[in-house]
Design a protein around this ligand. Structure first.
Ligand SMILES: [Zn+2]
Length: 263
């Protein structure tokens, strides 16, 4: 079954798995929830992510130019259980990727962040402790970014230009601050849904059915205490091999988006 991707309402679709269908609210419930949401947004004139992407095309990205390039991105790092396994596969395949780092985790495992950078990958800022940005005040939000930036600067010697908001969630005011300060906000247009602990086959299917020119693929190389990322790790070598066979090259986000990795 194909559903519209919330983050890229015009173009992106991804495969929904049976468990989505089971746990989803009924069509009627969904439409009344959607209507209430819409009304709330209209009252406060809150723009949806899709509208923000259209309004701030230079600051808010979900894909690159339509050329045969793909950017692999791994969120919620560093995590000693999963990040080294992902790094090993990328090294074996000769692929460079982009890792979005959570500040509090970087503080616990600085060596792993240093290793990501040493092995030629790029890091971005994924907040200090992974809150939903729309629930934060502006001060709390900027603290999340700056606190993480200081930690990453201390470990790697650079301040990442790229920010990926946890859950892809950001408000217009937060986006405007990021724009003013010279950051780029980067979400994705291909969602592996790997955080659900799904099988290697399901991760591979989610990626292969929607990846194309300029795709930014969301995967994870870190998670909570009960996270199982064996599906994403199992799928990764095959996904890379098959996309290479189709003529795609793998690039980091700064290379794809033609921006600096640092500020
Ligand atoms: Zn995350």
């Amino acid at each position: 079954m194909l559903v519209m991707c919330l983050l890229c309402p015009d173009t992106a679709v991804h495969a929904a798995k049976p468990e989505d269908t089971i746990s989803s609210p009924s069509v009627q419930e969904t439409s009344s929830i959607e209507r209430a949401e819409k009304e709330k947004r209209q009252e406060k004139q809150i723009l949806t992510l899709g509208q923000l992407i259209k309004k701030y095309p230079d600051t808010f990205k979900i894909h690159g130019p339509h050329v045969k390039q793909i950017a692999l991105t791994f969120d919620d790092v560093p995590d000693p259980r999963f990040t080294p396994q992902v790094l090993k596969i990328l090294s074996e395949q000769g692929v460079k990727a982009t890792f979005f780092v959570v500040g509090s985790r970087a503080k616990k495992h600085p060596d792993l962040v240093a290793r990501i950078v040493r092995e030629g990958h790029v890091i971005g800022n994924h907040s200090y402790n992974h809150p939903q940005f729309h629930k934060l005040t502006m001060v709390e939000y900027t603290d999340q970014i700056i606190k993480t930036e200081k930690i990453l600067y201390g470990i790697t010697g650079y301040k990442p230009k790229l920010i990926r908001p946890p859950y892809g969630d950001i408000t217009e005011n937060q986006l405007r601050w990021a724009k003013r300060e010279g950051y780029k906000i980067v979400n994705w247009n291909v969602d592996s849904l790997d955080w659900k602990g799904i099988s290697k086959e399901a991760v591979k299917r989610n990626i292969m059915t929607t990846a194309g020119q300029g795709s930014i693929i969301l995967q994870h190389a870190g998670g909570g205490s009960t996270s199982d990322l064996s599906g994403t790790i199992g799928a990764l070598p095959e996904v890379i091999r098959e996309l290479k066979k189709k003529g795609y090259t793998f690039v980091t986000l700064p290379r794809m988006l033609k921006v600096q990795k640092d500020k």
